[in-house]
Design a protein around this ligand. Structure first.
Ligand code: AMP
Ligand code: MN
Ligand code: MN
Length: 325
């Protein structure tokens, strides 16, 4: 293990040992990495007899409701000082949504993340951009703390790793990612059940939304850029929710000539959430940072406070300069 990382683990562990009440939070619009990381770390800390509070940032997408102890992720009102606050998979304080307010009550903040754009907002920052997922860092940390990984913890870690690597396919998947996955399988997880829940469980509404979105796909710059939009009207037509858009972006990137895939999600008429993916060489975190967002080189996002059409124009203009067309 990286010696700098180990130094951070040592400090973080010391604070965990000294704390009784530990609050764990992650980013808004939760994903498999963030939920899996929260649950696995929290369950491990419970084995150290800690009171663990799993702070909910947003509704949990139905794909993840099968995870053990998912009901422990709840809304809390906190009035007292927080002994220890652990932020996971969140590149900056704003990503914590409503739980950001609790940071000011926290005596100590541990920030565990793998985003290249992390702002190091914690007192202790365990940030490694080369980790496939926050789950991978949580695995290392649980090992460091010498806490045994049972089937429930392994299920959550596997979900975290699999979600952020596109089931062990994306560039961020390393030999180590596979080694961890192998160990989790040896613990005895039901890999088939996890995979069915994560990848083979699409509702009909979600499928309709997928068809409608792909039917309106726009292609630019010799088909190197593909852009799709999801409006509130489309959601209504399909009886779908915005979380049903999960997965569409990677499908767009799968198209042979596409280097940059863009999905514009209309949350309201002046709030567009942008998801961006690249395949080989474009740094989409850099593009998104122009709009105040960030993420990873091959997967990033930002929010544009404008209409869907204006957001599209702004982004295409930004990319045009970048591709030199
Ligand atoms: P998404 O497209 O929402 O799956 O996000 C892709 C990646 O970009 C994730 O790693 C997110 O953490 C990051 N990301 C998404 N939206 C933002 C944002 N507004 N600011 C910073 N990072 C973001
Ligand atoms: Mn995430
Ligand atoms: Mn992640």
């Amino acid at each position: 293990m990286d010696s700098l990382l180990e130094t951070h683990f040592k400090k973080a562990y010391k604070h965990i040992i000294e704390s009784h009440n530990i609050y764990i939070a992650s980013h808004v619009q939760p994903d498999g990495d963030n939920i899996g990381s929260m649950l696995s770390l929290g369950m491990a800390l419970k084995k150290l007899n800690k009171n663990v509070y799993f702070l909910k940032s947003d509704d949990i997408p139905s794909d993840y409701l099968f995870l053990p102890n998912i009901d422990l992720i709840k809304d809390y009102s906190i009035f007292d000082e927080i002994e220890l606050f652990i932020a996971l998979d969140s590149s900056d304080e704003g990503r914590l949504g409503k739980n950001k307010d609790f940071l000011t009550k926290a005596k100590l903040i541990i920030n565990i993340d793998h985003h290249v754009s992390n702002t190091n907002f914690g007192h202790i920052n365990i940030v490694d951009k080369d980790a496939s997922s926050t789950g991978e860092l949580i695995y290392d940390f649980i090992k460091y703390m010498n806490i045994s990984i049972d089937e429930d913890i392994a299920t959550c870690l596997y979900t975290a790793l699999s979600s952020d690597t596109g089931s062990f396919m994306y560039d961020n998947t390393s030999a180590k990612t596979h080694e961890i996955a192998a160990e989790l399988i040896r613990v005895g997880i039901d890999k088939g059940k996890i995979n069915i829940n994560l990848y083979q469980n699409k509702s009909l509404e979600r499928t309709k939304l997928f068809i409608k979105t792909m039917d309106n796909l726009e292609l630019y710059f010799d088909n190197k850029v593909a852009l799709a939009k999801i409006s509130q009207e489309m959601l209504e037509d399909c009886n779908a929710k915005m979380e049903d858009s999960e997965g569409i972006i990677s499908y767009i990137r799968d198209i042979a000539p596409v280097e940059i895939a863009i999905l514009l999600k209309e949350f309201n008429e002046s709030e567009i959430k942008v998801s961006m993916r690249s395949k080989r060489y474009i740094d989409v975190a850099k593009i998104c940072s122009v709009f105040g967002g960030g993420g990873h080189i091959r997967a990033a996002g930002c929010t544009i406070n404008d209409t869907l059409d204006r957001a599209r124009t702004l982004i295409i203009k930004e990319i045009k300069g970048l591709l030199g067309d």
